[in-house]
Design a protein around this ligand. Structure first.
Ligand SMILES: [Cu+2]
Length: 236
């Protein structure tokens, strides 16, 4: 649903965009807990003092400041000017994926964050289905994993709140996709931060479109009305 349109027309700038991708597998070798965990009665349980949540059963334990080996993806965001100060990290846990987003240089307020289908970040590009050009449009629509067609889409994540100084951070969790879905057979996916917040397709039915049509319409469902694409990261 397009009630009003914000943002500017597609910029003539063209940047070759390469997102830094790193699998955190190399980190695991450096992990050395200070204390052994034990279930035996009378022993002292391990104490977690870091912000990273403990690893889950069946995988290499995660210690504060460490990522489980081979179970994480991280990538840097670029904006239309090629700035790369922000990053996103995905960590596979037991039954869900932990998502950490750190951004800077964005306008204050809430911004939509989605996984988009194609692992490309191209400014001044057109959607795979054609149409008008704009920054990061060639990343396509929101990720829907195999067998999922409902909305919110598989790749719809929680909005990130950006503070007045332009920085923001978000930690969330989703079971709507796996790291394999993100790797996409080596082709990767794009993580997009939008100019506006997502509404997740939620438009109260007391609203109607100018022509009287019901809401949410297909555009609202497929885009969450999050507006222009202001930052993009390729994970693979
Ligand atoms: Cu999006």
């Amino acid at each position: 649903m397009r009630i009003s349109r914000r943002g500017t027309p597609a910029s003539p700038r063209t940047f070759a965009v390469t997102a830094a991708i790193a699998v955190a597998g190399a980190l695991v070798a450096a992990c050395s807990p200070d204390q052994e965990t034990s279930d035996a009665t009378g022993t002292t349980p391990a104490v977690w003092t870091g912000s990273t949540i403990p690893g889950t059963a069946g995988e290499t334990p995660a210690y504060p400041g460490h990522s489980p080996g081979g179970n994480a993806l991280t990538a840097g965001f670029v904006d239309a000017q090629g700035t790369t100060a922000s990053k996103v990290t995905f960590i596979e846990r037991a039954g869900f994926v932990e998502v950490q987003v750190d951004v800077s240089g964005l306008s204050p307020g809430f911004h939509g964050v989605h996984i988009h289908e194609r692992g490309v970040c191209e400014t001044d590009s057109a959607a795979p289905t054609g149409g008008e050009r704009g920054d990061f449009l060639s990343a396509g629509g929101h990720l829907q994993v195999d067998g999922h067609s409902e909305y919110p889409a598989s790749g719809d994540l929680t909005n990130i709140h950006v503070r007045p100084d332009g920085t923001g951070m978000l930690t969330t969790a989703t079971s709507a996709f796996s790291l394999e879905d993100l790797r996409n057979g080596g082709q990767g996916r794009a993580v997009i931060v939008h100019a506006e917040p997502s509404n997740f397709g939620n438009v109260p039915d007391r609203y109607t479109l100018p022509g009287g049509g019901p809401v949410p319409d297909e555009e609202t469902l497929s885009t969450s009305d999050a507006g222009a694409r202001v930052a993009c990261a390729v994970v693979s």
